[in-house]
Design a protein around this ligand. Structure first.
Ligand code: PEP
Ligand code: MN
Length: 336
């Protein structure tokens, strides 16, 4: 962190301020006395320092971070990749490619079990399905809620596929006890109270990128979960808002290698919500795999025109089968 002091600051004020920084934080302070101003260089762990607090001090002209504000999610402090072990030999982040597939919403036992069986046959390794749905309209289908969770568990029992589903409030954490991966949706990426509570449990969290979140904001949200003690965070790029409105969102392909460089956490990609169009799911999924994604989460529905949510972006089981084959072939050729 670089702090530029105002020109009129006395030597005594500068020493007092430097001492305060050393006493309160785990940092060393280097001082450069220029002709017109004094510059302090803070070395060490500056993640605990509130930059706005520094900026608000009378003697400070300006302040700039030179190190990322996140520590636990930072690759600098944890060079090896985080590998999340889901049991049954299923690992996320170990160089393999995990495919999560299933409907946007769980709608009935027949629907979820049928889709689970077919996506498994096609190569999916996890089952997705929303029980609590964050919908833009309060009049739209809000999900089957706890009954949806029960149906997901039935589908897991029938197929052996671990389940991924979205949580919307921390008071539901107990209800999600037997869910394999808890999803935090894009709209809740900065629900810090929820993130803090998820930091207290020992369960993998799939953290979707917010609709207009920067990469740093996204990693700071991961940091919230990790700061509480839960290091099992999987990041999910699901497209961001741009001026382009042909697609539902714009898939930020560059976020994959960027996040993998900045962080040790696994990164998966959701080409369904990124595009909003079923015919775009395959090319985006292929691009994500080529860019180094550790997994994909894809919406599949047995009757997309009648889906209760996100039908336009859902693949039919047949389309998913073809797409999954192409994706797995691509992954194999990248590995060889
Ligand atoms: C979903 O996965 O169905 C969903 C609502 O995703 P997102 O939070 O990325 O919009
Ligand atoms: Mn959806």
């Amino acid at each position: 962190m670089i702090i530029v002091l105002k020109p009129e600051v006395t030597k005594e004020q500068q020493i007092q301020f430097s001492e305060m920084l050393k006493e309160n934080y785990d940092v060393k302070v280097n001082v450069w006395n220029g002709v017109h101003s004094t510059v302090l260089g803070l070395l060490g762990d500056t993640t605990q320092i509130d930059i706005e607090y520094i900026d608000a001090q009378d003697i400070v002209e300006s302040v700039k971070r030179v190190q990322e504000p996140y520590k636990k999610a930072n690759r600098k402090f944890h060079p090896e990749n985080t590998v999340i072990d889901l049991g049954n030999g299923l690992k996320i982040g170990d160089g393999s490619l995990q495919i999560m597939a299933g409907p946007c919403s769980v709608e009935s036992e027949e629907q979820i079990v049928e889709i689970a069986k077919s996506v498994k046959k096609s190569g999916a390794t996890l089952l997705r399905g929303g029980a609590f749905k964050p919908r833009t309209s309060p009049y739209a289908f809000q999900g089957l809620k706890s009954q949806g969770l029960d149906l997901l568990k039935i589908a897991r029992k029938e197929t052996g596929l671990p389940i991924v589903t979205e949580i919307m409030r921390s008071s539901h954490i107990d209800m999600f006890e037997s869910v394999d991966i808890i999803q935090v949706g894009a709209r809740n990426m900065q629900n810090f109270e929820l993130l803090k509570e998820l930091g207290k449990i020992d369960k993998p969290i799939l953290l979707k990128r917010g609709l207009s979140a920067t990469i740093e904001e996204w990693l700071m949200s991961a940091e919230y979960i990790m700061a509480g003690g839960n290091s099992k965070v999987i990041l999910c790029e699901r497209g961001i808002r741009t001026y382009e409105n042909f697609t539902r969102n714009t898939l930020d392909i560059s976020a994959i290698p960027i996040v993998k460089k900045l962080s040790h956490l696994p990164v998966i990609v959701d080409p369904s919500h990124a595009s909003g169009k079923s015919w775009l799911v395959e090319p985006l999924a292929m691009a994500a795999v080529a860019a180094g994604a550790d997994g994909l989460i894809i919406e599949v529905h047995n009757d997309p025109p009648h889906a209760l949510s996100d039908g336009a972006q859902s693949l039919t089981p047949e389309q998913f089968d073809r797409t999954a084959k192409k994706i797995l072939n691509l992954k194999q050729s990248l590995n060889s």
